[in-house]
Write a protein of this length. Structure first.
Length: 315
């Protein structure tokens, strides 16, 4: 005989409200993608350390021009942290550069070479590219970072200064890119990343040569990307606003002295003129961005620019 006793009703458990469930999902995702770096963050609202997303650049090689200090060095270290062999380039004390090579190689377990190529000399730029290809078997990533600035009104701008800004900021990008493309196309993988500026989108007074070159770099980036579409080689640009480099820190120190301000007040004063976030972009911010652009995850990101400016050009 079958029992006619009815089973007890299952006790319903109350589900969290939709906003709470959404918040939990966001937290789970955040936990999953949190960088593995254990570097301590220092008295800042946001982390500035190089993030580590995996050694997905292991076996790749990169040239970063102007990489013995500042932005270029931050970019080089970020690439090395993800397994990329490096060619450093730039000026500086030879002993310090040798030590820098050793430090990066030891810390990240990658190969690091140095090219003293002068970015005003096309033949030296070609030799730099060929040297990287010979040493590492390929050149997979080219970061055209080297750049200079000269402050003057158009009326007073020295012609030799204009020519030098054009040569380093624009012509060198062309020469390095031209030299790198053939082998990248052969291997079916390449990342050409041009460090432009917010001044590729907007202008500032007394910076006509710099603004002209950075606008031109964005145009060159678009044209190059179109020519390389479908080859496995991409071309992108990164446009930073104010970046906290040793040179910018000197400007802050000078401003603090001239205006009788603390260093912190001078920093905010400088940033408030352009950058709504009132925070500097850091070399590590740029490095982390360029790691992504260099990766297989950015296959379809080409012919465009990534702007890191704390809201500068949105005003």
């Amino acid at each position: 005989m079958h029992s006619t006793k009815q089973p007890k009703a299952m006790k319903k458990t109350q589900r969290p409200a939709a906003p709470q469930r959404a918040a939990r999902r966001v937290q789970r995702v955040a936990n999953a993608i949190r960088p593995q770096s254990t570097a301590a963050t220092t008295q800042k609202k946001r982390p500035t350390a190089i993030g580590h997303m995996g050694n997905f650049l292991e076996g790749r090689s990169a040239i970063v021009t102007g990489s013995t200090s500042g932005i270029g060095l931050g970019v080089a270290k970020a690439l090395a942290a993800h397994g990329c062999n490096l060619t450093l380039n730039g000026f500086g004390d030879s002993n310090e550069i040798t030590q820098l090579q050793k430090d990066i190689s030891t810390q990240y377990n990658v190969k690091v070479r140095y090219s003293p190529a002068d970015m005003t000399q096309p033949s030296q730029i070609r030799e730099m590219v060929q040297g990287a290809q010979k040493e590492f078997g390929s050149l997979d990533i080219l970061v055209n970072n080297a750049g200079i600035q000269h402050i003057s009104s158009v009326e007073q701008f020295p012609e030799e200064a204009w020519d030098r800004v054009m040569s380093i900021n624009l012509d060198a990008v062309y020469h390095a890119t031209k030299a790198a493309i053939p082998e990248m196309k052969k291997t079916g993988y390449g990342r050409i990343i041009n460090i432009a500026s917010v001044h590729g989108h907007v202008a500032s007074i007394n910076k006509s040569a710099y603004v002209a070159t950075k606008h031109a770099v964005l145009g060159f980036t678009k044209a190059t990307a179109l020519e390389l579409a479908g080859t496995g080689v991409t071309c992108t640009a990164v446009c930073p606003g104010w970046v906290l480099t040793p040179l910018v820190q000197k400007q802050i120190d000078l401003r603090a002295t001239q205006n009788n301000q603390t260093n912190a007040e001078a920093r905010i004063s400088l940033l408030s003129e352009k950058q709504p976030s009132k925070e500097f972009v850091t070399p590590e911010d740029l490095g982390n961005t360029i790691v992504f652009l260099s990766s297989p995850f950015a296959d379809q990101l080409t012919g465009t620019s990534v702007v890191l400016d704390g809201g500068w050009i949105s005003q």
